[in-house]
Design a protein around this ligand. Structure first.
Ligand SMILES: Cc1cc2nc3c(=O)[nH]c(=O)nc-3n(C[C@H](O)[C@H](O)[C@H](O)COP(=O)(O)OP(=O)(O)OC[C@H]3O[C@@H](n4cnc5c(N)ncnc54)[C@H](O)[C@@H]3O)c2cc1C
Ligand SMILES: *[C@@H]1O[C@H](CO)[C@@H](O)[C@H](O)[C@H]1NC(C)=O
Ligand SMILES: *[C@@H]1O[C@H](CO)[C@@H](O)[C@H](O)[C@H]1NC(C)=O
Ligand SMILES: *[C@@H]1O[C@H](CO)[C@@H](O)[C@H](O)[C@H]1NC(C)=O
Ligand SMILES: *[C@@H]1O[C@H](CO)[C@@H](O)[C@H](O)[C@H]1NC(C)=O
Ligand SMILES: *[C@@H]1O[C@H](CO)[C@@H](O)[C@H](O)[C@H]1NC(C)=O
Ligand SMILES: *[C@@H]1O[C@H](CO)[C@@H](O)[C@H](O)[C@H]1NC(C)=O
Ligand SMILES: *[C@@H]1O[C@H](CO)[C@@H](O)[C@H](O)[C@H]1NC(C)=O
Length: 575
């Protein structure tokens, strides 16, 4: 071999070596977040000293499904199998409480990327997949500041997790550090809040307070607050920051309409108060512009109202295979009664499924039982006239909480892929049949439900909040789902695609320039900017650039999320 050839060979080995070295090191940190196998990922010592700086509150994720697998594999392998624990987990998997107490488990199963599935073979290793690597069990704004600083310093993806309810996967992320706000449970009564536009009772709730905890606290003080349906959805997190509808929606509007003040740690780590006088832009943006975008909310102060009496009604009509046309004729009448119901302050939840149609329930604040029965009478009369068998029950309760506790709803999660859309009131007033036909098309194949409200009536200045203005024209928010199949991941992914490509287009065709509720929508929506944020997207994006100039907060479909993408292994990179 000649000397020159040898040099050439050696230098090409050097080139190849250089390429190999480059490939195994992280891509340019300015373009992508660092992930655990990168050289730039903090060492064990680095994580330990971070843990010390947050008072030992750092939790390394072990997915809750680990007892159903022989090993949990994350760097090293540890044995995790426990038959009894696995059986117990399978029995409680579909309850929100199972995931709520976890620092990592998303209730929307798909966003863990089929990780550590309790029903897959125990021989498959449990891995982190789409779940966060670490969480800080935050109890103060200082913990939050530390976590922001650490993730920024090391270029690590940051996630904010409260209850883990999010349907769009916004409270989980592969290779991320989470700020877990669940234990920030302070609640305080402010007997008289004196603001520019409001004086009266208010509640200051910590970031981790759940709906039911606020309801109970308010009730003990003869008050009530605007929160959601499900008891365990957080009040100050994604729910209110994204809009938030519940039993009082047709009386007082959305939860975002109630906020008087936010306590926030911004993307630059500053601890600020945002209200109508201090940081009014941030105050506005957090009222409906979406969670995980502008800052980490530490607490919020919301209006509270004097408690009152409520009436509630449930109805069930089963489809026995011979009464289908009659059933849908009655549903058509039901849909036409909705504008009058919501204008009387009623909030209505209905569900259509292949086995029937359910009103579950209609809730009327300040409304007596006989008045609610009367409002629903066109529907019940029609059911009788058509000879349909049905079950109808109604009652009245003296307080918000007594009524809330009388509801029979069961809250299963982790069982559906989700999609959703807001339905304009004008459609129901002008062409209720077209809408009923679309609901029948979907409800004959899968589950579709509507929450029905008037969130315009009770709100003096809807433009003072960032909520998609389409809400004020909407009569209902539709949610529809296809089953998660724990034994067939491909089928689960296909189910989401059917939502995106088959079911939602049926609704979109009825109101093409439409809107969707960012908390109850399809994460695959390609037009999410206009659909979720309406005309506010650019303004929200500008406000984000002020409070989170380094884009430390990211979540699927959040404002600014279009600047990032997840690669095949879940690494977050700039577009
Ligand atoms: C069973 C069920 C019932 C529901 N019922 C209703 C209902 O009746 N009405 C309604 O409007 N919606 C309802 N939702 C939707 C609900 O509003 C969303 O799931 C919402 O995102 C939950 O917020 P969270 O903070 O509890 O959940 P998480 O999943 O923990 O967080 C949701 C989002 O908010 C961000 N976030 C959380 N905390 C903070 C914080 N402190 N600061 C900044 N960002 C934060 C997260 O990063 C994420 O982006 C329901 C959902 C489920 C699963
Ligand atoms: C953080 O520190 C606490 C207290 O020392 C410890 O119990 C915990 O396991 C540590 N977390 C991690 C991820 O090491
Ligand atoms: C962990 O287990 C997996 C699967 O059994 C195996 O492929 C891998 O080599 C193991 N890793 C370590 C570090 O032991
Ligand atoms: C998700 O799972 C697929 C395999 O099913 C894998 O290729 C991909 O890397 C996973 N992503 C994450 C973030 O774990
Ligand atoms: C998180 O912190 C709370 C106290 O604030 C504690 O009760 C809880 O056990 C902690 N959870 C975990 C998983 O460390
Ligand atoms: C206060 O109320 C007035 C009148 O309803 C409205 O124009 C103004 O925008 C409100 N200001 C805030 C900060 O809510
Ligand atoms: C909810 O889950 C429980 C336990 O798995 C199950 O028994 C029940 O039928 C489910 N309810 C609904 C409404 O899906
Ligand atoms: C999984 O679901 C897909 C799509 O629905 C289907 O084609 C496939 O046959 C299913 N696989 C099994 C093993 O059932």
């Amino acid at each position: 071999m000649s000397a020159s050839r040898r040099i050439l060979l050696t230098s090409s080995i050097a080139v190849i070596f250089a390429i190999v070295v480059r490939v195994s090191l992280s891509p340019s940190p300015s373009q992508c977040r660092v992930i655990p196998r990168d050289a730039a990922w903090p060492s064990t010592d680095g994580w330990d000293s971070f843990n010390t700086s947050v008072g030992g509150k750092l939790i390394a994720t072990i997915p809750i499904g680990a007892p159903c697998h022989q090993i949990f594999s994350s760097g090293s392998n540890i044995s995790t199998y426990d038959q009894a624990q696995c059986d117990a987990l399978r029995n409680t998997w579909f309850f929100p409480e199972t995931h709520l107490v976890s620092s990592s488990s998303p209730m929307a199963y798909q966003f863990g990327n089929n990780t550590c599935n309790p029903w897959s073979s125990s021989d498959t290793p449990c891995i982190l997949g789409g779940q966060v690597v670490y969480s800080v069990n935050a109890t103060s704004y200082v913990d939050i500041q530390k976590a922001i600083q650490f993730s920024e310093q090391h270029n690590i993806r940051l996630v904010i997790r409260n209850t883990g309810h999010d349907y769009l996967g916004k409270s989980t992320g592969a290779h991320a550090l989470a700020i877990w706000t669940h234990y920030m449970k302070d609640i305080k009564l402010i007997e008289r809040y004196d603001g520019k536009n409001y004086s009266g009772p208010a509640l200051k709730v910590g970031a981790g307070v759940e709906g039911i905890e606020a309801y109970e606290f308010a009730s003990a003080n003869k008050l009530m607050v605007v929160g959601g349906n499900c008891p365990t959805v957080g009040l100050a997190g994604g729910f209110t920051q994204g809009g938030g509808h519940g039993h009082l929606a047709s009386k007082y509007g959305l939860s975002a309409d109630q906020v008087l003040e936010w306590e926030v740690v911004t993307g630059t780590g500053e601890h600020v108060i945002a209200n109508s006088e201090s940081h009014p832009d941030l105050y506005w943006a957090l009222r409906g512009g979406g969670g995980s975008t502008f800052g980490v909310v530490v607490s919020m102060t919301i209006k509270a109202y004097p408690d009152t009496f409520f009436s509630t009604a449930y109805a069930t009509v089963l489809n026995d295979g011979t009464n289908t046309d009659a059933l849908w004729e009655a549903v058509g009448v039901f849909i036409k009664t909705l504008p009058r119901l919501v204008d009387s302050g009623v909030y209505v939840v209905w569900v259509a499924v292949p086995f029937g149609f359910l009103l579950m329930p209609a809730i009327g604040p300040d409304l007596h039982q006989n008045d609610l029965d009367e409002l629903l009478q066109p529907f019940t009369d029609k059911l009788g006239e058509l000879g349909l068998q049905y079950d109808y029950q109604s009652w009245e309760k003296p307080t918000f909480l007594a009524n809330y506790q009388s509801l029979t709803a069961s809250w299963n999660v982790s069982d559906y892929n989700l999609g959703g859309r807001l339905i304009p009131r004008s459609l129901i007033e002008e062409n209720p049949q077209a809408f009923t036909d679309a609901v029948r098309f979907i409800g004959s194949q899968t589950i579709i439900s509507g929450v029905t409200f008037n969130v315009d009536k009770g709100v003096a200045s809807p433009n003072d909040v960032a909520v998609n203005p389409y809400f004020r024209k909407a009569l209902m928010g539709i949610s529809l789902g296809t089953s998660v199949d724990y034994t067939n991941w491909t089928a689960t992914l296909n189910g989401q695609d059917i939502i995106t490509n088959v079911f939602l287009p049926k609704l979109a065709a009825l109101a093409p320039q439409g809107g969707a509720y960012l908390n109850e929508a399809d994460f695959q929506a390609s037009d999410f900017k206009s659909l979720f944020y309406g005309p506010h997207y650019d303004k929200l994006s500008h406000i984000k650039s002020i409070y989170d100039p380094n884009d430390i907060f990211y979540a699927r479909t959040a404002v600014g999320s279009d600047r990032w993408f997840e690669d095949a292994e879940g690494r977050l990179c700039k577009v």
